[in-house]
Ligand binder design. Structure first.
Ligand code: CP
Ligand code: NVA
Length: 310
């Protein structure tokens, strides 16, 4: 039997039905014991060119729970940091390991790695997107609110942000409306917005935060991402977009607050909100583990909840 393997490079580069299947598997893996350990004898390589807590630990723990091994490489320690191309790195690692995850800067490096590698490649965050995070976010939102179809999701803050871009990709699949409240200086890429709207995604952008009225989900992220160098301009222009208790009161009473973490308390979100009853950020962090395992299984073409593969 030929096993179909896949790269997981972005939500919009995976068939919508496959995204739904990965999510369904993530929900199942959280509840159901494994029928077998599909990664036994297999190794995952993690490459980090930026810092990480959640992504690193959830992949390291997740692969072990699936029976596999992990080797974690940081950019500065390997020859990638001295100029070996990412494509050559992918070719070489494919001779040793069975699957690779990379966290890097420009998205083209992810794609070059995937082109060079002969094993599946996972996007563990680029300047452009963070699909693993947003799958865990959708999983968390579904746990709290049920289906996202028809729900009102409101993003407050940096409109030129990798988490937001993966949420925009998700809006084209999950039938929620995504209202982006951001300063005109930091808006989402116009081409992407137009392309997703053309595909039927309900996404709007405004400079004021009025869309928060009646929101089911209020989302934000840091104002200064790891690849941003314009910290002082961002802090100045994004200050009106802080999620505080007054803003949360305008959302629906059942609304949840989400943040991928790490949070910059007192900047994009106040302690009162992130530590308050509407915050689901710790479940969101935990769900990285379940989502990660489901992504690895999909990439490797296995389903450990369905009995041993042939
Ligand atoms: N949310 C997230 O990806 O966290 P880390 O940067 O800690 O991996
Ligand atoms: N937007 C943030 C996400 C961190 C998980 C960054 O890229 O730094």
């Amino acid at each position: 039997m030929t096993i179909q393997t896949h790269d997981f490079l972005d939500i919009d580069l995976v068939e919508p039905q496959d995204i739904r299947n990965i999510l369904a598997l993530a929900h199942k893996l959280k509840k159901v014991p494994l029928a077998y350990r599909p990664m036994e004898g297999k190794t995952l390589a993690l490459i980090f060119e930026k810092p990480s807590t959640r992504t690193r630990v959830s992949f390291e723990v997740g692969i072990r729970q699936l029976g596999g091994h992990v080797t974690t490489l940081t950019g500065a320690e390997i020859q990638l940091g001295r100029g070996e191309t990412v494509s050559d790195t992918g070719k070489v690692l494919s001779r040793f390991v069975d699957i690779i995850m990379i966290r890097t800067f420009a998205a083209h490096k992810l794609h070059e790695l995937a082109d060079g590698a002969s094993v599946p490649v996972i996007n563990g965050l680029t300047d452009h997107s963070h699909p693993c995070q947003v799958l865990a976010d959708i999983m968390t939102a579904e746990e709290k609110l049920g289906s996202l179809s028809g729900k009102k999701v409101v993003w407050i803050g940096d409109g030129d942000n990798n988490i937001l871009i993966s949420w925009m990709h998700a809006a084209a699949i999950f039938d929620f409306s995504l209202h982006i409240c951001c300063p005109p200086e930091f808006v989402p890429p116009k081409d992407l917005l137009a392309a997703l709207q053309k595909r039927g995604a309900k996404i709007s952008v405004a400079a004021n935060v009025d869309a928060v009225e009646g929101a089911d989900i209020v989302l934000t992220d840091c104002w200064v991402s790891m690849h941003n160098s314009d910290a002082s301009v961002r802090e100045q222009l994004l200050t009106p977009y802080r999620v505080d208790a007054t803003l949360m009161k305008r959302a629906a009473p059942h609304a949840i607050f989400m943040h991928c973490l790490p949070a910059h308390r007192g900047e994009e979100v106040t302690d009162e909100v992130i530590d308050g009853p509407q915050s689901v950020v710790w479940d969101e962090a935990e769900n990285r583990l379940h989502a990660q395992k489901a992504i690895i299984c999909w990439c490797m073409g296995v389903d450990p909840t369905k009995g041993e593969k042939a």
